[in-house]
Design a protein around this ligand. Structure first.
Ligand SMILES: NC(=O)c1ccc[n+]([C@@H]2O[C@H](COP(=O)([O-])OP(=O)(O)OC[C@H]3O[C@@H](n4cnc5c(N)ncnc54)[C@H](OP(=O)(O)O)[C@@H]3O)[C@@H](O)[C@H]2O)c1
Length: 281
């Protein structure tokens, strides 16, 4: 799996990782979802994204179960505190619960899931304490626009935000207007969530363009979609796949590049629209 320097961390991270929202929680589908996570790790997709919100904590437990046989330092585990649980004491307590469910003594990255009514200064103070106490190596945010990101950055004294996890896919390119240039300049990585955009791409004229690009590179449309997302050095992505064959396909999105002609054709088919607000799910 292709690696790339993750902002200011000094860590090389796989450009395609693994998400865990809506991971199946029961029966044969759960068993396959765990096998899919394990297969992804074998293929180098060691950046695993979860959150206390997902399955009310169950997704974190499933990550722990799936990774039980994997050496901890071979993984990059990200989780997120719910805005309603944020603030100083709330964040510290939420992180403790997350660590217990993940059965680990530290996170690699801890994020505030979206902007919170708790003062950002309090949550950032807790984040800095968690780094100082060795409970997380790095900190970041999610669903923050430029103004919110600046406020969070200004609230920090000793640490830096290393990433902002945001919605980004072919039909939702708004971050390219402001957030991406700002993040690049500030050396804050973008982690693109919902990279497939819940859309069907085959069958339409626009899907035809993706199919053509895919055929040219002997890749699939899904691989083209993910490769397009990570074409910018500041952008990483975390598709969620609970099927082994899906994970294997997604792993093939890395290690090659679209050329300028492909990017121009995709640009024409999926133009950028921006109404001045950050799109979220
Ligand atoms: N920070 C936030 O607010 C936020 C919001 C949303 C998501 N996220 C994170 O981002 C991750 C990804 O986003 P997402 O789960 O919303 O959407 P996504 O990754 O764009 O799409 C997931 C869907 O695509 C399917 N899929 C994956 N690979 C496939 C393939 N190769 N062929 C066919 N289907 C494939 C999956 O099916 P199977 O599962 O059946 O394989 C699943 O139904 C989440 O899991 C979560 O970790 C963060």
């Amino acid at each position: 799996m292709e690696l790339r320097l993750f902002a200011s961390t000094g860590v090389d991270l796989p450009i395609v990782g693994q998400g865990t929202w809506n991971v199946p929680e029961h029966g044969a589908e759960l068993s396959e979802a765990k096998r899919a996570l394990q297969r992804g790790i074998e293929l180098g997709m060691v950046h695993i994204d979860t959150a206390e919100m997902y399955g009310s904590g169950r997704a974190e437990e499933i990550v722990a179960e799936a990774t039980a046989g994997v050496s901890r330092d071979g993984l990059f585990l990200t989780s997120k505190v719910l805005p309603s649980n944020a603030g100083y004491e709330g964040t510290l307590r939420a992180c403790e619960r997350t660590l217990n469910r993940l059965r680990t003594s530290y996170l690699d990255l801890y994020l505030l899931h979206w902007p919170s009514a708790h003062p950002i200064e309090e949550t950032m103070r807790a984040f800095e304490k968690l780094v100082a106490d060795g409970k997380t190596r790095f900190i970041g945010v999610s669903n923050f626009d430029v103004r919110e990101l600046q406020a969070a950055q200004a609230a920090l004294r000793t640490e830096r935000l290393v990433c902002n996890q945001v919605l980004y896919h072919l039909r939702e390119r708004g971050i390219e207007a402001e957030l991406l240039p700002y993040s690049r300049a500030q050396n804050v990585a973008i982690v693109a969530y919902t990279p497939f955009g819940r859309g069907r791409f085959a069958g339409s004229e626009r899907g035809g363009i993706l199919a053509k690009v895919a055929a040219k590179h002997e890749k699939t449309m899904r691989q083209v979609i993910l490769n397009w997302i990570v074409r910018d050095a500041a952008v990483f992505t975390i598709p969620k796949a609970s099927k082994v064959r899906h994970v294997e396909e997604n792993a093939g999105a890395a290690g090659w590049s679209l050329d300028a002609e492909d990017v121009a054709a995709i640009d024409r088919a999926f133009p950028m629209h921006y109404d001045g607000t950050l799109a979220t799910l």
